[in-house]
Design a protein around this ligand. Structure first.
Ligand code: SF4
Length: 284
């Protein structure tokens, strides 16, 4: 039997503290590259100007280590814990929650979480709690992905329990219609996360995780990669455009994630991310 690898909770806390600041301030180069590429194909001066300002915004945020957007979001983590890792010196959950809260404090990131969703709605003042999805994996590594989720775009998300007979056209129509109804609200150009399959809850999670993929990465199955392209084309024909002012760049990418489902169902979820496409990843 192989020995367990020990990992101190303080190392997790420190890594999380760094990664929440980094995600909010430093865009992946693919994002600014996409702004520049899309700028070249816009005919309207206004659309080009919005993309130019978004590029400048992302560059200044990274240089000055200030957030790309004032809405630094609700903290979402995907944690993959190797079954041969033993966390010492405290609980993994507490380490992540504390690291997140410290990062939001030290990085001057806005605290956006309320304690009770319906009645008191008082700000918790440290952005806690983070939403953490745990998965047990093989091996001796702890793999953490972080994505802050702003609610201008989160509020535009939707899910449909389609019938299997609705097929590809049903999926295309639902996703494109969700983006059409969202209009300018999710701060376009957006990145569209699509979950297909699983159950009601699993499908929503797939759509969320789709938004942690490198920008513009493709589904490994060619049929779904083609679906991503078709969706992007239809979405960009909606003429919502950068900042909702019209143009060809309504979305920068569509990421589809899939999972087996029940014989009687075809769940589809759409989780939208704004132009502040933010995430960070660490392996400990
Ligand atoms: S949707 Fe995105 S860009 Fe718009 S305010 Fe929220 S976090 Fe900022």
């Amino acid at each position: 039997m192989s020995a367990m690898r020990t990992l101190d909770a303080s190392a997790v806390r420190e890594a999380v503290e760094r990664m929440v600041v980094e995600a909010n301030c430093k865009a992946e180069p693919a994002l600014t590259d996409a702004f520049t590429r899309c700028q070249a194909r816009e005919e309207q001066k206004l659309s080009r100007s919005v993309l130019e300002k978004l590029t400048l915004n992302a560059r200044l945020a990274a240089e000055r280590m200030v957030p790309m957007c004032q809405d630094t979001g609700m903290a979402v983590f995907r944690v993959r814990l190797g079954q041969e890792v033993h966390i010492t010196g405290g609980s993994l959950e507490r380490a992540i929650q504390q690291g997140m809260a410290r990062g939001y404090e030290e990085g001057y990131l806005r605290k956006s979480v309320v304690d009770d969703p319906l009645f008191s709605r008082e700000n918790t003042r440290d952005n806690a709690p983070a939403i953490i999805y745990y998965e047990l994996t093989e091996g001796d590594k702890l793999d953490i992905t972080f994505a802050p989720k702003g609610f201008g775009s989160e509020n535009m998300s939707a899910i449909a329990m389609l019938k299997p007979a609705d097929g590809v056209e049903g999926v295309l129509d639902f996703v494109v219609d969700t983006v059409r109804r969202a209009g300018p609200n999710p701060c376009p150009p957006m990145v569209v996360g699509v979950g297909i399959g699983g159950t009601f809850d699993k499908c929503a999670q797939l759509a969320k995780f789709a938004l942690t993929r490198p920008l513009g990465s493709r589904h490994s199955d060619g049929r779904y990669a083609a679906l991503e392209s078709e969706l992007l084309e239809r979405i960009n024909a909606l003429n919502i455009g950068p900042a909702g002012l019209g143009g060809h760049t309504t979305a920068l990418a569509v990421h589809v994630e899939t999972f087996p489902t029940h014989i009687a169902g075809l769940p589809v979820a759409v989780n939208i991310c704004c132009h502040a496409y933010r995430h960070s990843h660490v392996v400990l």
